[in-house]
Design a protein around this ligand. Structure first.
Ligand code: ATP
Ligand code: MG
Length: 260
């Protein structure tokens, strides 16, 4: 009798969010980087609570779970918003909330929490690491999970197109249960990164820099990223409106206002 034994394929560890390494941010770094979303006692976090409620409701209604955060122009506040919003969401969510840094040139998420990245998203995408479990970290005592990256100086297009990138996104989609996954993206006009990445996600949020981003730029982003749904826009550095009325302003400017 002959028994055929299939050639064994090295098995990959499934992504177990519970057993990721734990990272404890330095409160001084969070304060310096204006990351307040993890602290419910900080009154500045309330503006993000308003955003999180609207966004979570919209995502649930539409069945969207993987959402990118982009803008027309640079420095609109995407990374600031991504981290604060993910942190704020993680405080009320039944499931973990995951934030992935796909602005590979900037690598702002690691900087925002003061993390030294040994192996991150860039190492997964360039093939040095093959397991998602090797590049994620849980923020101490929270439901917030981060997938940070090291800054990449070369052309990023090759990292975000092709089968490894597809494996990265499908792994996140399939191995994270009902978790919301937010992605910090580059500005839509910077290069084609945001467009390529969003082709694999469910929807995006557009950050509008109050006073800087104009209507034409907003329309151009909507047209450029079509048919990916824009699930909402955030008016950042906005003076006035409900945020200020409720005293949620930071310094002289409110953090953000969310609208259709
Ligand atoms: N509403 C706000 N109030 C105070 N500071 C803010 C606000 N929004 C953004 N900032 C600060 O402005 C700077 C730029 O923000 P951020 O890095 O989040 O922008 P970005 O859109 O991610 O930029 P890039 O296009 O370079 O990735 C950061 O120092 C951030 O802390
Ligand atoms: Mg950024």
């Amino acid at each position: 009798m002959t028994i055929a034994v299939a050639k064994s394929i090295p098995s990959q560890r499934p992504l177990d969010l519970e057993s990721l390494p734990v990272f404890t941010p330095d409160p001084a770094v969070l304060s310096d980087q204006l990351i307040v979303g993890l602290d419910s006692r900080d009154s500045r976090s309330r503006a993000f609570n308003l955003l999180r409620t609207t966004l979570a409701k919209r995502m649930k209604e539409k069945g969207h779970r993987l959402v990118g955060i982009t803008s027309a122009t640079p420095s609109a506040g995407k990374s600031f918003l991504s981290l604060n919003l993910a942190a704020s969401l993680s405080r009320v969510s039944e499931d973990d909330v995951i934030l992935v840094d796909l602005d590979l040139r900037r690598a702002s998420i690691a900087e925002g929490v003061g993390m030294q990245v040994k192996r991150g998203v860039s190492e997964f995408l360039n093939g040095e690491v093959s397991e998602l479990a090797s590049i994620g970290s849980r923020v101490h005592d929270s439901q917030l999970v981060l997938f940070p990256t090291k800054a990449v100086s070369k052309n990023t297009a090759e990292l975000i197109s092709g089968p490894v990138f597809e494996k990265f996104i499908s792994g996140l989609r399939q191995e994270t249960g009902n978790s919301i996954i937010l992605f910090d993206l580059p500005p839509a006009f910077a290069n084609d990164d945001a467009m390529l990445i969003l082709g694999q996600l469910d929807a995006y949020v557009m950050v509008i820099d109050s006073g800087k981003t104009n209507t034409k730029q907003v329309q151009d982003v909507l047209a450029m990223l079509d048919p990916v749904p824009c699930i909402g826009t955030v008016l950042n550095r906005y003076n006035g409106g409900f945020a200020d009325n409720y005293g949620y302003g930071y310094g002289t400017s409110a953090y953000a206002k969310y609208y259709d």
